[in-house]
Design a protein around this ligand. Structure first.
Ligand SMILES: [Zn+2]
Length: 319
């Protein structure tokens, strides 16, 4: 079976459904049996499987083995908002490339974003835990106008769960069975850095991606310096590949009034961006800009994931 995504096969016009997540996960584990494990860590309100892929050096496939060998774990969490599928399609392509397979397919038109090959085999020093589709029920509630201010794919999933809960407001109250499963996954694996992959919600501006890292604006002050260093290094990597990245998520001072200016928000722990700092772990909010086309956004998301893998391979052992 192909290890390429529906997105790549369709010139980034479409994104796959949950059957693709299941099939690709199986295919990755079969292609790299000594490097990849695929497992279900929970079920959605409607009973759909919640899938994770673990890619680890030398078969360190348990949390204990990672701990014992001091292998830092990078989590890539995609699809907390399923219409924002960039992280899912970029994540499969980035893992494939990092494992020595083919790089992300080039779109024939529409992207000026480059992609440098990964530096120095990051997967020899770190492990990656990839959740392609956190909100699996929302992932399957597809429609053409679920994300009207977003330039592709043609059909997208829906923001909330089957219980109409926004999972990126549920980290501390944990009402959703999906969040309860995620919190158990985090308890078991304890990732050092979690990249939470999103797309902006509709405001138009020039920068093509925003990166907000915490702890910088909140959390343990002892972590602020290293958080800021990781953010700045990632911004440099993205800029070197042709992006115009912002160092924070641009929220208007007054909602729906862009003339009020943009501000940095220190998120409360019901958001991923506020939650991970309460565990003294780093989080990276990656928000590609919804008005850029899908091929461009997936490429930028790939660059963010590969860049973080390189950075964590360099400094994660010390952390
Ligand atoms: Zn989002």
């Amino acid at each position: 079976m192909t290890l390429h995504t529906v997105a790549e096969q369709s010139q980034f016009r479409r994104t796959g459904r949950l059957d693709e997540v299941e099939a690709l996960s199986t295919a990755f584990a079969e292609r790299w049996p000594n490097r990849v494990r695929s497992f279900v860590f929970g079920h959605s309100a409607e009973g759909r499987p919640m899938r994770a892929l673990l890619v680890a050096p030398g078969g360190a496939f348990t949390p204990g083995a990672l701990q014992e060998r001091g292998i830092p774990l990078l989590m890539v969490q995609a699809g907390i908002h399923p219409g924002e599928s960039d992280g899912k399609d970029a994540g499969f392509a980035a893992l494939r490339e990092l494992l020595g397979g083919e790089p992300l397919v080039e779109a024939t038109a529409g992207s000026h974003i480059a992609a440098h090959p990964p530096e120095d085999d990051p997967l020899s020093r770190i492990a990656i835990l990839f959740v392609p589709a956190f909100n699996t029920d929302g992932h399957e509630r597809v429609g053409r106008w679920n994300r009207p201010n977003q330039d592709g794919p043609d059909e997208t999933g829906w923001r909330a769960t089957a219980h109409n809960l926004n999972l990126n407001r549920d980290y501390t109250k944990a009402d959703a069975p999906e969040m309860q499963a995620m919190l158990a996954l985090l308890r078991d694996w304890d990732p050092l850095v979690c990249a939470d992959m999103h797309v902006t919600d509709g405001a138009d501006f020039e920068p093509d991606v925003s990166i907000q890292v915490e702890p910088i604006h909140l959390g343990d002050p002892h972590m602020h310096g290293s958080g800021a260093a990781m953010r700045d290094a990632l911004l440099d990597k993205l800029a070197a590949q042709g992006s115009l990245p912002l160092p924070f998520y641009p929220e208007p001072v007054i909602e729906d009034d862009p003339a009020s200016g943009f501000q940095v928000t220190a998120y409360t722990p019901r958001y991923s961006t506020g939650y991970f700092p309460t565990r003294n772990r780093y989080t990276v909010l990656v928000e590609t800009h919804s008005w850029k086309n899908y091929a461009t956004r997936v490429r930028i998301s790939r660059n963010a994931i590969v860049g973080l893998a390189e950075l964590l391979a360099a400094v994660g052992g010390g952390w």
